[in-house]
Design a protein around this ligand. Structure first.
Ligand code: GLA
Length: 392
């Protein structure tokens, strides 16, 4: 059965049949970041694309302001709240993304209609492919659609990011919500997190495939490391502002590679390495997007490998499993580049590969990874998809 039909059938099982009004279906994709990691909250550049695994939400308006929410991942649970009362965080935790987006939309002055909604998620939770951003943006679109409100996608992304901060308590940057809300089919987006400028770069599946390999090690961004990295970056900004008063440094985005080199030995060594990662990663990201646009795949791949090393050694957000998968991927002929993707501490690697190398890469990693770590990885190729949309 087609995915849309299947979720509608499931929706009717949970909430009763269709006489009560039209059931809409919303799709919100996950994302993979090709390069530009831990740069978004430093006003820098990122280069993600939306992917095939996705969140689907079936929803139907209610006239009484109530929201009843179910998830195929938690059968039997129905979470209830009202858009006419203050929306608080609460148990179960999975519903907080939904509550958060509803609360932030209302906070932004949007009057909301209640709804029955069923969420289905084909993204690995804690897999670093932004299942949370997909749920948030999908929720936002569901409320906007049923409430008959049009909203600019960039604004929706910002509202969803705020929901993640305040209801999921993860101090994330803007990359995930932005790409889930605005991704363009067939393209990766180089996004400037300061100016908001987007540059779309075609990923032609005849030339290039994007392979994602899940290490099956779950990451937890609420674990404190992410917030700690953000604080270290802020400490770096304070140092460079003091060293270069009048240079207009507002974020690590404004620090040059020369200033980084001059800071060695003067700045706390850990903060120094964190800053060196961010500043060099911005350069790599700009160059990689240009290289990909010009079909210089080897160069783009090399920059991904350098990005991984920098994340491993300077930013220290990789783990042995991600290092191993990236190194082993590079041993396969036809792989241009591989690196960890997303926040780190588990999750996935992403590889750029020639189409004919996809099967060889999967086969190799499915052999060597379990032999070393005793875990079966999950590997798949994906095209670049469009951002979230109302399917029906
Ligand atoms: C997580 C965050 C993003 C970004 C990445 C690292 O995915 O949600 O905002 O900071 O980590 O690049």
């Amino acid at each position: 059965m087609h995915a849309t039909q299947a979720i509608k059938a499931e929706f009717e099982k949970v909430f009763g049949d269709g006489k009560k009004g039209r059931v809409h279906v919303i799709r919100a994709p996950g994302r993979v970041n090709l390069i530009g990691e831990h740069t978004d909250y430093n006003d820098g550049l990122v280069f993600p694309m939306a992917i095939e695994p996705q969140v689907i939400i079936a929803c139907r308006a209610r006239a009484d302001g109530r929201v009843r929410l179910a998830s195929t991942a938690f059968p039997g649970q129905v979470v209830e709240f009202s858009v006419e009362q203050t929306i608080e965080r609460g148990e179960p935790a999975w519903a907080n993304y939904f509550r958060g987006v509803a609360a932030e939309l209302e906070g932004a002055g949007i009057p909301l209609t209640g709804m029955d909604a069923l969420i289905e998620n084909t993204l690995p939770v804690g897999g670093g492919l932004s299942s949370s951003a997909a749920i948030e943006v999908g929720t936002g679109l569901a409320f906007l659609t049923l409430s008959g409100v049009e909203m600019d996608r960039d604004r929706l992304a910002l509202i969803c990011q705020k929901a993640e901060h305040e209801y999921a308590l993860v101090p994330c940057g803007i990359m995930d919500q932005m790409i889930v809300a605005t991704g363009k089919a067939g393209h990766a987006t180089q996004y400037d997190c300061r100016s908001g400028a987007k540059q779309f770069v075609k990923i032609d599946p005849n030339d290039l495939r994007v392979v994602i390999v899940n290490s099956m090690v779950r990451h937890e961004l609420t674990g404190g490391e992410y917030a700690e990295r953000r604080r270290q970056c802020e400490a770096g900004v304070a140092f460079f502002q003091q060293q270069h008063p009048g240079a207009g440094i507002r974020a690590l985005r404004d620090v040059t590679l020369k200033q980084i080199h001059e800071a060695e030995g003067k700045l706390d060594p850990v903060v120094f390495r964190r800053c060196r990662h961010v500043v060099s990663e911005n350069h790599r990201t700009a160059e990689a997007a240009t290289a990909l646009a010009q079909g210089k795949y080897e160069r783009a791949g090399q920059l991904m490998v350098e990005s991984h090393r920098s994340l491993r050694d300077d930013y220290e957000v990789s783990v042995a499993e991600l290092d191993f998968l990236s190194d082993e991927a590079m041993k396969v002929r036809g792989v241009y580049g591989a690196r960890m993707t997303g926040g780190g501490f588990g999750g996935c690697i992403v590889a750029l590969v020639q189409p004919r190398a996809v099967d060889a890469l999967k086969a190799h990693l499915e052999k060597v990874y379990p032999a070393k770590f005793g875990i079966k990885p999950m590997a798949f190729a994906t095209t670049a998809t469009a951002g979230a949309s109302v399917v029906e």
